[in-house]
Design a protein around this ligand. Structure first.
Ligand code: EPZ
Length: 418
């Protein structure tokens, strides 16, 4: 397994580029199952989760090629409706093939994703909604077996604003008979990106980005060419990298409209954030303590919670970080403590007393965003930090050590480390 080694202390200065959004690319790739025509996709990031999704789609019959960052994907016919455990266990987002498969070929056999480091991650809301559209669903031996004739439009209310649940049902509804409404839908920008791709293919979706989405079913979807949105969580991570190292970073493709809550918190914490067309500029200064509570979009993103906690570890006061989305998303706390952070957990609250300095140490990544938090802490800690098990990081960040070293970080990847 690789590890990343960082010598802390260098302020990050210069321009850093954000790649395409992982959490938009995954549903958009799954959506290619809905049409027999060739799709042209630009800005798909080079990530482990993307590679896993492409492998899954190819098993189902997708022909995929890539040339200079342009992907061509075509699923002329579905050869297999199965998403097996060996693939799903490495990436829960495989559940995103469920809706498209049932809509396209009337059946799907998808391994139950199971939990992960940050929580139980149930998907019952996806299944109940598909049943409302006429699918028959059975769960046996850890597999979801779904069967349907033509799906029927339905009025669906989600008990919780589930991101992939909204995406699964939006995709399934594009080919259903009649109209589907999704109430209490998730509003994340990645959902809007998926809807824009689907509408470019001839779907009739309105209201994406709000909590009420309406989808008029159509007979078939056609070819389209689409560029995936930039990754707002990668952009937010780089914003905190500038703040924590008291640097000055231009974040190319950072979109202010996707990060309003993060910008607000960083300004309150003492960073200077300027918004320009297709970029953000962040200059670090004194780090003030601010409280953060994660909420569904447009609230503060849970995917930025661990990164914000790294910044608050060196603030000038006491801050409280509250995680309301996942029940176990504080795996980074024990590792930050090893670096000298003073953090006390009380249920879903983390109380952080800022310290003057963090000290470098060997630490263990446990999930994608916890890994990012440890990298950020290593950038400012005194001495050397080793982040182990960085396969977690490679799931969601493209070449992060190259991007960070280009703006002054002393960071390197050691291949095949213990
Ligand atoms: C998506 O996960 C993202 N993944 C996650 O990003 C992100 O943290 C999460 O949304 C919240 O924003 C992708 O888009 C691939 P949810 P998802 O369904 O869809 C509960 C990352 O770091 N729930 O919106 O799985 C669930 O337990 C990853 O890139 C049910 O109870 O999340 C959670 O508490 C991590 N029953 C809450 O809803 C259900 O049927 C939100 O989950 C579905 C969800």
């Amino acid at each position: 397994m690789d590890k990343i080694v960082i010598q802390g202390g260098a302020p990050l200065i210069g321009e850093i580029e954000v790649s395409g959004a992982k959490n938009a690319a995954l549903p958009i790739l799954a959506a290619t199952l809905l049409s027999s025509e060739p799709q042209t996709l630009l800005g798909i990031p080079k990530l482990m989760d993307v590679a896993t999704t492409k492998k899954l789609l190819q098993r189902m019959g997708a022909e995929i090629s890539e040339q200079e960052g342009v992907h061509s994907v075509q699923v002329k016919t579905i050869k297999s409706c199965e998403a097996p455990y060996d693939l799903v266990k490495t990436m829960r987002a495989s559940i995103l093939v469920l809706g498209p498969l049932v809509a396209r070929c009337g059946e799907a056999h998808v391994s139950l994703p199971g939990g992960c480091a940050i929580g139980a991650r149930p998907i019952q809301l996806h299944l109940t909604a598909l049943e409302k559209m006429g699918a028959e669903i059975k769960i046996e031996h850890g597999m979801i077996h779904a069967k349907a004739g033509k799906l029927k439009g339905a009025k669906i209310y989600f008990d919780l604003p589930t991101v992939t649940g909204t995406e699964n049902l939006m995709m399934a509804a594009t080919l259903a008979e009649g109209t589907t409404t999704l109430e209490n839908a998730a509003c994340e920008p990645e959902i809007t990106d998926l809807a824009q791709f689907l509408n470019a293919c001839g779907a009739r979706i309105e209201g994406a980005g709000t909590d009420r989405i309406t989808i008029q079913g159509v007979a078939a979807l056609k070819r389209a060419s689409y560029r995936v949105m930039p990754d707002r969580i990668e952009a937010g991570t780089f914003m905190i990298a500038a703040a924590i190292t008291k640097g000055d970073l231009v974040i190319r493709h950072g979109r202010a409209e996707h990060l309003a809550s993060v910008i607000e918190k960083l300004r309150a914490a003492g960073a200077t954030v300027t918004e320009e067309k297709d970029l953000l500029r962040v200059k670090g200064g004194a780090v003030h303590a601010v409280d953060v509570k994660t909420l569904p979009y447009p609230g503060f993103p849970t995917d930025m919670q661990a990164q914000m906690m790294a910044l608050m570890s060196i603030s000038d006061g006491l801050s409280v970080v509250t995680e309301t989305i996942f029940e176990n998303r504080f795996n980074h706390v024990a590792e930050l403590r090893r670096m000298g952070a003073e953090i006390r957990l009380e249920g879903n609250h983390a109380v952080i007393k800022g310290v003057q300095k963090l000290s470098g140490a060997p630490v263990m990544a446990s999930d994608l965003r916890a890994s990012a938090s440890l990298i950020l802490a290593g950038l400012v800690a005194q001495g050397e930090t080793e982040v182990l098990r960085i396969y977690h990081l490679d799931r969601g960040y493209e070449r992060i050590e190259e991007k960070l070293s280009k703006v002054g970080a002393s960071i390197r990847r050691v291949k095949g480390a213990a």
